[in-house]
Design a binder for this molecule. Structure first.
Ligand SMILES: Nc1ncnc2c1ncn2[C@@H]1O[C@H](COP(=O)(O)OP(=O)(O)OP(=O)(O)O)[C@@H](O)[C@H]1O
Length: 296
């Protein structure tokens, strides 16, 4: 039986049963990957949804949690912003939300999406203190019927705040993908995000440089609008992996407005860059799991 999802009960939540549910659920998610950035507007959500779409196009089962409580936009980027969230009653009397899904007309496995954006009206700001944000994120992890997933991708708000701490403390993350643009000012903040992930002992940390260059639509030359190569340098300096450069794609806005990730929108250089990044990521994570199973 399904019913309309209740609003989040952030006020009277018992922490322990919820933490227990999160622990149980995460055993069914093979890889848990955080996507974050030190600075806003660098394309973190764009990277998160395109990683998800590229993985789902390969046949993996993918869930995306939009942990940006204050500015959720992943649902729109994945074309499910108009979906209604239903809920099922649990045996303990609580409710479990059913995540909306999109398979982009059969191009991907159904990508499951959960976001604060589903639960509050689009034009309403969320004015909550940190403790409420923490509870809301825990519910989006533990009170959602995620099921078995190959990849759980978590899109964080910019910075190094409460949401990130909550998730890294509640989940055993396998990887953190840190998105930056090439400018100095973005790189400074990116360094902080890398160091936060090191402190949280996330096993695999990698940098992705977005908006690395623009391909001139007239002459086809590459134009380094914001400089180039800073992401790679930062990764080298911090001793973490560099997964690749994504160019500015003039179709990105069109794709985003249509609710379709770039990798499913056309055969562009940016789409190919995302596929290359996903291939490297899958290989690396596979090697890591292989290594740990050998050592067991
Ligand atoms: N490679 C790209 N080419 C062209 N446009 C891009 C690219 N990456 C991101 N954008 C655009 O830049 C804008 C910001 O991207 P996005 O929302 O992904 O950034 P963000 O870092 O998640 O932002 P926020 O700080 O709000 O969380 C969006 O309009 C997006 O379409």
């Amino acid at each position: 039986m399904t019913i309309k999802a209740p609003t989040l009960n952030v006020a009277g939540l018992g922490a322990d049963p919820l933490a227990q549910r999160i622990s149980e659920k995460q055993t069914k998610w093979k890889y848990k990957i955080a996507v974050l950035s030190g600075k806003g507007g660098v394309g973190k959500s764009t990277v998160a949804v395109n990683l998800a779409a590229a993985l789902a196009k390969k046949g993996y089962f993918v869930g995306v949690l939009d942990a940006d409580i204050h500015g959720p936009n992943v649902a729109k980027m994945l074309g499910v912003d108009r979906a209604e969230v239903l809920a099922e009653k649990r045996e303990d009397g609580g409710f479990e939300m059913i995540p909306p899904m999109n398979d982009f007309m059969g191009q991907t496995t159904p990508i499951k999406v959960m976001s604060m954006g589903f639960l509050v009206p689009e034009d309403q700001p969320i004015i909550w203190r940190g403790s409420l944000v923490t509870k809301a994120i825990k519910q989006l992890l533990g009170d959602v019927k995620w099921g078995e997933l190959d990849f759980m991708i978590i899109d964080f708000p910019p910075g190094t705040g409460d949401e990130i701490l909550t998730v890294t403390q509640s989940l055993q993350l396998d990887a953190a993908i840190i998105v930056t643009t090439p400018q100095e000012v973005a790189l400074l903040d990116t360094g902080k995000a890398v160091n936060m992930m090191k402190k949280m002992e996330v096993p695999y940390i990698a940098v992705v440089e977005n908006m690395s260059y623009l391909i001139c639509p007239h002459c086809g030359n590459e134009i380094d609008l914001f400089g180039r190569g800073g992401g790679r340098k930062l990764a080298e300096k911090e001793g973490v992996d560099f997964l690749g450069e994504i160019p500015i794609d003039l179709k990105a806005r069109e794709a985003s407005d249509a609710g379709i990730p770039i990798v499913l929108y056309g055969d562009t250089v940016a789409a190919k860059a995302f596929v290359g990044i996903v291939d490297k990521l899958v290989k690396k994570l596979g090697e890591m799991k292989g290594e740990s199973s050998e050592s067991e």
